[in-house]
Design a binder for this molecule. Structure first.
Ligand SMILES: CC(C)(COP(=O)(O)OP(=O)(O)OC[C@H]1O[C@@H](n2cnc3c(N)ncnc32)[C@H](O)[C@@H]1OP(=O)(O)O)[C@@H](O)C(=O)NCCC(=O)NCCS
Length: 255
């Protein structure tokens, strides 16, 4: 989903700040957030860290702001992955699998996933554990009910319709991000159908785990962890059920 640009202030961010990222210990998932909208960042220097392919992709954005956000998001991703691998950010080699999921080249055992909404970026990273992450800025959608009827299960769409106006937007994005996080963990992406995965129990509560098989990924039980990196945003992390704990950090871009 591509919401209109918004500006998120540092005071809205709920996670503790870290000047440096430490590699997550085995069994731990590190989830970092970063604000992409800051002024005064050395954009040209950031762009130099990117690969030729990333620079080419940046050049395809028609306007400056999406291009700038893409470049900064790749810089943040490369800093985090570089810290995990013990290499400089420009030495991190990223490729995409057949379904478009970015991954480290060369069979590295670190998995990562990223999501952005507005000017907020989330990056989840873990060693030898598949991860999927999604985040959305909570906002009113004129056609939320129609989207729910099309992309959610009948039970989920009915449940959403029964919510009070004040909680419906958040409820919509809680469902959406949970589904997308699982489909990103398996690498399928949402083209395999948000309606093919159910994230709402019969009693209207959100289960902590879901079972899912992905393209080339064996059936597994995925833990679903709700994320609230900043006021006005909701997200979800999907990781194997046995992965614990989860560390939440804000990456300081100017450090
Ligand atoms: C990829 C997809 C999940 C992104 O959803 P979105 O809500 O628009 O965007 P988000 O911010 O949540 O996530 C975007 C990130 O997901 C990652 N991503 C892309 N494909 C992915 C996949 N199959 N599985 C997991 N993650 C994926 C990328 O890192 C992307 O960020 P980047 O483009 O800046 O590198 C969604 O567009 C999709 O499923 N598309 C269908 C698959 C597709 O078209 N693949 C294209 C290449 S074949």
């Amino acid at each position: 989903m591509h919401p209109r640009p918004c500006t998120t202030a540092l005071r809205d961010v709920r996670w503790p700040a870290s000047a440096e990222v430490s590699p997550p210990p085995d069994g731990t998932v590190l989830v970092c957030c970063a604000l992409l909208g800051g002024e005064g960042r050395d954009f040209a220097q950031a762009a130099r860290v990117l690969s030729a392919e990333e620079r080419q992709r940046a050049g395809r954005f028609l306007t400056g702001e999406p291009r700038r956000r893409y470049v900064v998001s790749r810089l943040v991703l490369r800093r985090i992955l570089g810290a995990c691998l013990g290499v400089a950010p420009d030495q991190v080699r990223i490729e995409s699998n057949m379904l478009g999921k970015p991954q480290l080249a060369g069979g590295e055992r670190i998995d990562f996933n990223l999501a952005h909404s507005g000017d907020l970026l989330l990056v989840a990273v873990a060693r030898a554990i598949r991860v999927g992450v999604d985040v959305e800025r909570i906002r009113p959608l004129n056609d939320a009910q129609a989207i729910a009827r099309r992309f959610f299960s009948p039970h989920e769409a009915d449940w959403l319709q029964e919510r009070q106006d004040a909680e419906r937007d958040r409820a919509f994005f809680r469902l959406w991000t949970r589904k997308e996080a699982v489909l990103k963990a398996t690498g399928e992406g949402i083209s395999s159908g948000l309606d093919t995965i159910s994230v709402l129990g019969a009693d209207g509560t959100f289960p902590d785990t879901v079972r899912r098989r992905g393209a080339g990924v064996e059936e597994a039980v995925w833990a679903l962890i709700e994320l609230e990196p900043a006021n006005g945003f909701v997200g979800a992390l999907a990781c194997p059920a046995q992965a614990r704990p989860v560390e939440l950090r804000r990456v300081c871009l100017d450090a």
